[in-house]
Design a protein around this ligand. Structure first.
Ligand code: M6P
Ligand code: ZN
Length: 193
């Protein structure tokens, strides 16, 4: 049997993931987001401590093409800004129909998802839970616990990031500290739909 291999066929590799710290070995590319990087994302930022790290994304780099799977661990610190729990920026995929899978490794949180028509879904994140994010759903993770929320995400290589829509419109709901724990409430600043 003859096979026509493409010129760019990749060599298999393995990476070790530390479930507690999210650290990848070897050789991760780490993207750090501090509080200042999230300026404008929280309703009340007066108590936001500038240069402190809010989360880090450790990426396993492969070509960002539709025949590859990109993946990363995210380590989201615990805390609140003006009553809202620390969270990721959140994004739609630039190629809207691209799906993503999250596997939570440690900590606890909520995965908030939204369609462009304002429909929302919120799912629990805790160790062992796999969350499936279908195409067209913006996604943001929120740390509602008091330890780092660590999860592994896998997505189609050409998904790309649309941060601008969320940066401009916000999510339809926000997660705030309530008397009896986290509450998912309508976002008064949401301008989408
Ligand atoms: C997950 C994935 C990544 C994303 C990261 C942080 O690991 O969805 O693609 O970069 O979370 O989220 P954001 O990019 O929205 O800040
Ligand atoms: Zn994504």
């Amino acid at each position: 049997m003859t096979t026509d291999l493409p010129d760019d066929v990749m060599v298999p590799f393995a990476v070790h993931v530390d479930f507690e710290s999210g650290a990848l070995t070897p050789d991760p590319v780490i993207l750090r987001r501090n509080h200042a990087d999230l300026a404008g994302y929280f309703a009340n930022e007066s108590d936001a401590p500038g240069e402190d790290e809010m989360y880090a994304v450790h990426e396993i780099r492969v070509p960002a093409t539709n025949n590859n799977l990109l993946s990363s661990t995210t380590v989201l610190q615990p805390g609140t800004v003006g009553g809202e729990y620390f969270m990721t920026k959140g994004h739609f995929h630039a190629t809207r129909d691209r799906a993503e899978i999250y596997l939570t490794l440690s900590g606890q949180g909520l995965l908030v998802m939204a369609l462009e028509d304002g429909t929302t879904e919120t799912k629990e994140m805790r160790p062992g839970i796999v969350n499936y994010v279908p195409g067209h759903w913006a996604h943001r993770s929120v740390n509602t616990g008091d330890t780092p929320l660590v999860f592994y995400a896998v997505y189609i290589g050409d998904a790309g990031y649309d941060y601008a829509t969320i940066a401009e419109q916000g999510f339809p709901v926000v997660v705030v500290e309530g008397e009896h724990g986290p509450e998912v409430v309508p976002n008064p600043r949401y301008t989408g739909r």
